[in-house]
Ligand binder design. Structure first.
Ligand SMILES: Cc1cc2nc3c(=O)[nH]c(=O)nc-3n(C[C@H](O)[C@H](O)[C@H](O)COP(=O)(O)O)c2cc1C
Length: 203
């Protein structure tokens, strides 16, 4: 779909008809979304597809009441985690995929980035991960729309280790956002867009 048309047609949808979205589609959507840019191309993401009914229920237990029905009705649920172990991730990338990289790139992942990440303050690391999570989530909801499904982004859940336990995800990963997707009769409403003079400053 043409980009502007795609962007204008995507709206937050909060009721789904419960039809299961095939996992193959969810995986293709995630592959498309993961084309998103990321700082140092670290792609510090883990997209957890919640297939099991039991795990969906455990996740619902961690969700704010106003968002529960969305999780119950969704045709698929993705929970986006960030990898907080960014230095380790960088070296793991070098070790696993170094043979596919130019030597300079391998050196960046193996040494230069880990040394840089080691100097990050906790706040900087948090911001780094949150920014990368936001960017890939935007790509995700556009990809979902392009595949013919509706979606919503949910921050309203308890973003604690309980989510890791519920979904059997190691604690080095931090829960960021839940993305619900599915088929819906709702098409959502064009959102109230703020005027440019509130959003843009030309200096
Ligand atoms: C970071 C973020 C967090 C959000 N959290 C929630 C949420 O917890 N529950 C919910 O129903 N919608 C949530 N939304 C959806 C917004 O309400 C929705 O995107 C916004 O009203 C604009 O509407 P649109 O997506 O149709 O343009 C969230 C959206 C974003 C980007």
């Amino acid at each position: 779909m043409e980009y502007l048309k795609l962007n204008k047609s995507r709206h937050a949808v909060k009721h789904f008809d419960g039809t299961k979205i095939p996992t193959v589609d969810v995986k293709q959507i995630i592959s498309t979304a993961a084309l998103a840019p990321s700082a140092n191309n670290l792609q510090p993401w883990l997209f957890t597809i919640v297939e099991s009914k039991e795990r969906r229920e455990l996740l619902i237990d961690e969700t704010e009441p106003g968002n529960v029905s969305q999780l119950e009705e969704a045709g698929a649920i993705i929970v986006l985690f960030s990898d907080t172990a960014i230095a380790e991730r960088s070296q793991e990338i070098a070790q696993k995929f170094g043979n596919m990289m130019a030597p300079e790139m391998m050196q960046r992942f193996n040494k230069i980035y880990p040394e840089r990440f080691a100097k990050f303050t906790p706040k900087y690391t948090t911001d780094f991960l949150a920014l990368n999570a936001g960017i890939v989530t935007m790509n995700l909801v556009l990809a979902i729309k392009d595949f013919g499904y509706e979606s919503n982004i949910i921050l309203g859940f308890h973003r604690t280790d309980h989510v890791n336990e519920a979904l059997d995800v190691p604690l080095r990963y931090r829960p960021e956002l839940i993305i619900t997707l599915g088929r819906s009769n709702e098409k959502g409403e064009p959102h109230f867009g703020l005027p440019q003079d509130m959003l843009v400053k030309i200096v």
